[in-house]
Design a protein around this ligand. Structure first.
Ligand code: SF4
Length: 362
């Protein structure tokens, strides 16, 4: 292998790297707050999606102080649609800790960063790199793919298998540029399918390019997801309002609004269902329509027009889009301000939706 792999990659990045609002070529980004927010958003979410959310977020909460003083419900609303809401709640909590204990500044060492809510080893390393140009080694999915291909590793791997190799390549002087460079190479050149090896700065050294097995690498060890079943109840009163409740218990989806649901065995008979994949769980809920509230669930009654005022999880948004808004499209069609017959879009509740009459049972 060439001894200049790091320099070759840095040269490639300076000429070809992406311009992203939370990064600066040639060193650290001047706003560590922007780096922190982008890093948390980018976990489980694509760059294209984050671009939109990031701009809106920075306008709404331009500083750590503004975020710390914001209402949690507003923070969750700003996050709505990106899923994994624990991230948003932890960001809010972390902003409050930063104001109380760190004078509104983000610490500059990995050890201090790791004491903060919602900042794990990967985010701590990334913040050190991008906000302070410290040469921490970052290993995400892109980095795993690029390095596994570079070294032709065909066996199943985890991030810790790749870490020592990634560490050897990390530039001691250019932590920020190096981390950006390897991520960009993975995102734009060494892509999961059809990598553009001819454009790659490492093409001469890359073993998988030599063996032609790029698309078989990497083999990532998968964590099995646990299947969970249950029922969600869409309970409607005579005014057409639905019963929703706020989650208060700690953990998954805390602070978000939802239709009453519970875990349980599948019910017999035909029921529509919705499936959602969480980090370690695959949840399938049968959808049960009910009138009034025979099961006496706690909650409040809300007209679908006002759903936009309540942060719902991605799972609940799926249910709203498929089982409430489309079923009610004919009702809303009678109200021209709600249904645009030309665009066939329904303007309601959590946003704007395509209306397909074939899917409308009424
Ligand atoms: S040569 Fe091809 S497979 Fe190897 S690192 Fe570059 S893009 Fe990836």
């Amino acid at each position: 292998m060439s001894e200049n792999l790091t320099q070759q990659l840095l040269d490639w990045y300076r000429a070809n790297g992406r311009d992203l609002p939370w990064r600066i070529k040639g060193g650290a980004h001047p706003d560590a707050y922007a780096v922190w927010i982008s890093e948390i958003m980018l976990q489980q979410t694509t760059v294209a999606t984050v671009m939109d959310y990031f701009d809106r977020w920075m306008q709404k909460f331009p500083t750590i102080e503004a975020l710390a003083n914001a209402d949690l419900q507003d923070v969750l609303m700003a996050w709505q649609g990106m899923g994994y809401y624990t991230r948003a709640r932890k960001i809010h909590e972390c902003a409050q800790v930063l104001m109380q204990k760190y004078g509104g500044h983000i610490p500059k060492t990995r050890d201090e960063l790791l004491k903060l809510p919602g900042i794990g080893p990967y985010s701590a390393s990334s913040i050190c790199c991008f906000a302070y140009n410290i040469p921490e080694t970052v290993v995400d999915g892109n980095v795993m793919r690029v390095i596994a291909r570079l070294y032709g590793i065909t066996k199943e791997i985890t991030a810790s298998d790749i870490y020592p190799l990634a560490q050897k390549l990390t530039s001691p002087e250019h932590g920020a540029d190096y981390a950006s460079a390897i991520m960009d190479l993975g995102a734009t050149v060494c892509t999961p399918t059809k990598p553009k090896c001819m454009l790659c700065p490492w093409k001469k050294d890359c073993l998988s390019q030599k063996h032609g097995n790029q698309e078989q690498i990497p083999q990532i060890k998968k964590i099995a997801k646990k299947q969970m079943d249950g029922q969600v109840y869409l309970i409607r009163n005579k005014k057409g309002e639905y019963l929703i409740r706020k989650r208060t218990e700690k953990g998954l989806l805390n602070g978000l609004w939802e239709f009453p649901w519970c875990e349980g065995k599948k019910l017999p008979g035909k029921h529509p269902s919705v499936t959602h994949i969480f980090t370690h769980i695959k949840l399938t809920l049968q959808i049960i329509h009910k009138q009034e509230n025979p099961d006496k669930f706690d909650g409040i009654w809300v007209d679908p027009q006002h759903f936009k005022d309540y942060p719902f999880s991605t799972l609940m948004q799926k249910i709203i889009k498929k089982n409430i808004l489309k079923n009610e499209a004919s009702e809303y069609a009678a109200k021209p301000y709600m249904f645009d017959k030309v665009s066939k879009k329904l303007f309601c509740g959590v946003g704007e939706f395509d209306y397909d009459p074939k899917n409308n049972p009424s």
